[in-house]
Structures are given as C-alpha cells and as structure tokens.
Design a protein around this ligand. Structure first.
Ligand SMILES: Cc1cc2nc3c(=O)[nH]c(=O)nc-3n(C[C@H](O)[C@H](O)[C@H](O)COP(=O)(O)OP(=O)(O)OC[C@H]3O[C@@H](n4cnc5c(N)ncnc54)[C@H](O)[C@@H]3O)c2cc1C
Length: 279
C-alpha cells in the first residue's frame, strides 16, 4: 500500500494500515514529515478537543463525519496517544495538548511508530503522477516508478505550500477521476483597507462579528478580536474569514463589529454563536 503525504492524516493512515497487516510505503514531498504538526497549536499541537462532534467540522457531509467520529471518538484518540507515550492534558475550554507542550513529541511518536511497524519512508519523494493498470497503481516520483495495490491520498490542502502541501494531491485525485470540491482560504486574518480601527491596534477585546450579504444577516462569530496594524485577527476574525471569502462574487458583503456581544454559547450548543442585541 502507498500512502501519499506524511502529515497527521498520512501518519495515522499508514500506521492503521500497517497494524492491519498491509506492507506500507509512506511518501512525502518535503524531506521533513509532519511540518504542519510542528506548527500547530503555537508549536504545542492542540491534538484534539474534549468534545468533538460533526458540528465542529465545516464542509463535507455531516453524517459521514459523524461515522468517522463514532469509530474514533475523542476519548479513543486520547487513549491512542497515551498508549504510544504521548499523554495529553486538558486545558480550560477543553483543548487537549501533549503534557510536555511539544508538537515535536507528536512527530517523534509517529516516526517511532513507522520504525516499529516497518513502514518504508520515501521522504523528499513527491509523487508527481499516478496511473492505474490491471488493478495496480503506478506512482511516479523523481527517483523512479513504484507500484502499489492500494493508495491512500493524504496530501493535505493548499495552505503553507512550503511544507510540500502544494495542491499536487488534488491533481492526482482528479487524474483518478475524483471530483474536487472548490477550496476556500479559511482561518485567516481579515485585512482592512483603512479606517478608524487602525487607531486601536494592539487591543484585544471580546466582540462578535456579523456578516451581512446583500443586507441579510448570514452568520455571527464571537470571541476574542485582536486589532492589528493590518486589520482584524483573533478567533472571531479567523472564524469569520471563510464566510467572508465564501460570499458570492458581486454580492454586497459587510462585516459589523458588536463591541458588547451577547453571551457566547458553548461548542456543544452551536459553536460559540451568539445573538447580540440588535444584530
Ligand atoms: C499555523 C497552524 C496551526 C495549526 N494548529 C492546529 C492545532 O493546534 N490543532 C489542530 O488540530 N490543527 C491545527 N492546524 C491544522 C492542522 O495542522 C492541519 O489540519 C493538519 O496538519 C493537516 O494534516 P494533513 O495530514 O491533512 O496535511 P498536511 O499536514 O498538509 O500534510 C500533507 C503532506 O503531504 C505531502 N505531500 C503533498 N503533496 C504530495 C505529493 N504529491 N507527493 C508526496 N507527498 C505530498 C506534504 O509534503 C505534507 O507533508 C494548524 C495549522 C496551521 C497552519
């Protein structure tokens, strides 16, 4: 079996396949695997959350995500990591981090698992094209062509292409006949063209942002709002970015800031949405 991409998804897929008895080769474009894991959670790696439900995910089919979560729920994830020497601690708000506050411990554990299970590494080997003949996949890399009976494609999204996640996986999937859902940037700060808010840069305040499209309220996101030299950041702005970017082109889209938002709801009750007075 070939697993294409040694990020969080590829490590887990390769380990699960090898534990089920498959002979696995793990490919990665970048010579270093798991670079996004190392960046995650401010280099501490927020491994999971105490409560994870389908409503925590954006995009994809909720029932399908529900099935995945049912087969590997958050408490099982916690036990999985602990059994492999990475105990997790829960922080206020429910986020789970390695006890040692180090994303490196997570990548080191994954690499140790590759050794334990005899998974072959092909790091620094991008898969440039893939074909299938007579039930066998042929994977082209700069070092030659390899064969596999099955392929798991875990090549990441489009963010941080320097990690090797450059979208080539979408091309490989398309070449195999898969349809690709259009991608949208998400969890990005919002850049302002100008205005009085720049005078407040450096402040972090609890606030709620409401997006109106053609005058109609579409979504409200509440949380910390960080006023920066370029615009808005912090959880409220980051959460809002995909809605802003996903608005239909040509629509009149505006974001309103509520400086005194109503009470936030818990994650289990709608993901932090609020109904600020007057919104
Ligand atoms: C700054 C930052 C902070 C984050 N913090 C958190 C957090 O705290 N908690 C959390 O859960 N998530 C966090 N995330 C999100 C999380 O890091 C990603 O969702 C996750 O790492 C994605 O894993 P992946 O395996 O799907 O993809 P990736 O990590 O992108 O891995 C894909 C791999 O595939 C390889 N690849 C791509 N194309 C090919 C090819 N053609 N051939 C061979 N190899 C290929 C790449 O080199 C790459 O190593 C954060 C992300 C960022 C950027």
């Amino acid at each position: 079996m070939a697993v294409i991409g040694a990020g969080a998804a590829g490590f887990m897929a390769a380990i699960a396949a090898a534990e089920s008895g498959a002979r696995v080769t793990l490919y990665n474009s970048h010579p270093l695997p798991g670079l996004k894991i190392l960046m995650s959670g401010g280099t501490r790696c927020n491994v999971t959350h105490a409560v994870v439900g389908p409503e925590s995910f954006h995009g994809g089919s909720r029932p399908a995500i529900g099935l995945v979560l049912k087969s590997f729920p958050a408490d099982a994830v916690r036990r999985w990591f602990e059994a492999r020497g990475v105990p997790l601690k829960e922080e206020p708000g429910g986020k789970l981090f390695p006890v040692g506050d180090s994303a490196r411990a997570v990548v080191a554990m994954f690499e140790a698992e590759l050794d334990r299970l005899g998974i072959r590494r092909r790091f620094g080997h991008p898969v440039t094209s893939m074909t299938r003949r007579d039930g066998v996949f042929h994977l082209d890399t700069p070092a030659g062509t390899d064969s596999a009976r099955a392929v798991i494609l875990t090549s990441g999204g489009l963010s941080y292409p320097k990690t090797g996640s450059d979208g080539s996986g979408y091309r490989l999937a398309r070449g195999m006949g898969h349809a690709i859902t259009p991608t949208t940037p998400a969890l990005t700060p919002l850049v302002l063209a100008g205005g009085a808010l720049f005078d407040l840069q450096g402040l972090t305040l609890p606030a709620a942002l409401t997006l109106r499209i053609d005058g109609r309220r579409r979504v409200t996101r509440a949380g910390s709002l960080l006023l920066t030299h370029f615009g808005l950041s912090g959880p409220a702005a980051l959460d809002m970015s995909r809605h802003w970017l996903g608005a239909p082109s040509g629509a009149d889209r505006r974001i309103f800031v509520h400086w005194r938002p109503g009470p936030a709801r818990s994650l289990a009750d709608g993901g932090g949405l609020v109904d600020p007075p007057g919104a």
